[in-house]
Design a protein around this ligand. Sequence first.
Ligand code: SAH
Length: 366
Amino acid sequence: MTTEAPEQNTSNLEAHLIAQIKKNGPIPFATYMDAVADAYYARGTVFGKSGDFITAPEISQVFGELIGLWCVTAWQALGQPRNFNLVECGPGRGTLMADALRTVWDIAPIFARSASLHLVERSDTLRDEQRKTLAPYDIDWHDDLSTIPDGPVILVANEFLDALPVSQFVKTSSGWCERMVTHDSEGFHFTTAPLPRPEIGDAFDDAPAESILEQSSAVQDVTSRIATLCVDNPGAALLIDYGHVFSDVGDTVQAIKNHAYHPVLESPGEADITAHVDFAAIAQSARAQGASIHGPVEQGPWLKRLGAEIREVQLSEGKTDAEIQAIQSSIRRLLDPQEMGSLFKVMALGPRGIATFSGFEAIPSP
Ligand code: SAH
């Protein structure tokens, strides 16, 4: 891959954003984030040591393996449909799906052969990477969930929802006003829309001045669509992301470049911008569609319940000390509450009447 395309891409983006602001005035932060994410993921070279950030499937194969097995148990809970859609939203390099399919291929051959594979990905560059990683498989790509064919569905999304745009609102003396992005000779900066939005933030009217409240209509739309698929088709969905269990005020938007924090409004399109996922809001929109909700639970305990430590022992058999060390430290990174084990949460959605899914047993939803 050359470096020319991304540079052209990001400077085009900057020019486009500046022109939009000059013409129409400040733009909502969500509009900025959406444009930036689009340009950013079009670059492709974003994951891993040489990229900007690393995700769970890129840290350890155990992540995708256990999710593959979770999908088999969810399929069993749905009555083992002979034809179903196995969907991943935002598959990145395709690593999770490759590890999952490799694991289930021999263990659960009927599951594997009953699955039609669908990836929801809007970056052409990442689609090319996914095509290479998943070369042995027959795959359909989609821009969004609206084109997933009818039929039972098992859906997985890891670190997908955090990449979707959020709106921010600032508590002012006249109410919650939308946080906007503007541009002048010193670059991009935040400003606040002059008029309050009366429909926003009822639950947080006591928040101190200048508090920030986040809401994501993109996350709400996607999760209510996923919930509908789970109820109607029927289906099961596994949503894994970093975020909070209860809605609250706070600015959770962050940009990461070369594995370090980066100013959110600097060099748009060159850093990954994400926001914490509000699992309470997801549960609310999924419940409104009639879906059953499981979790959220912390990623570490959930992976342990699925057998991460047993898999660690298996993988370590016959390995050198250095290899065992590497296996252990990568799995610890996924499980440890100081690392990804606690901040990342796992939630499953299913049809009405499903009592539980693997890893969520006896854990009440909020
Ligand atoms: N799940 C992967 C990648 C996470 S990064 C992993 O865990 O490694 C976010 C992924 O979502 C990327 O593949 C990105 O291109 C995709 N994505 C982000 N916004 C999207 C959107 N609006 N529609 C479809 N895909 C999107």
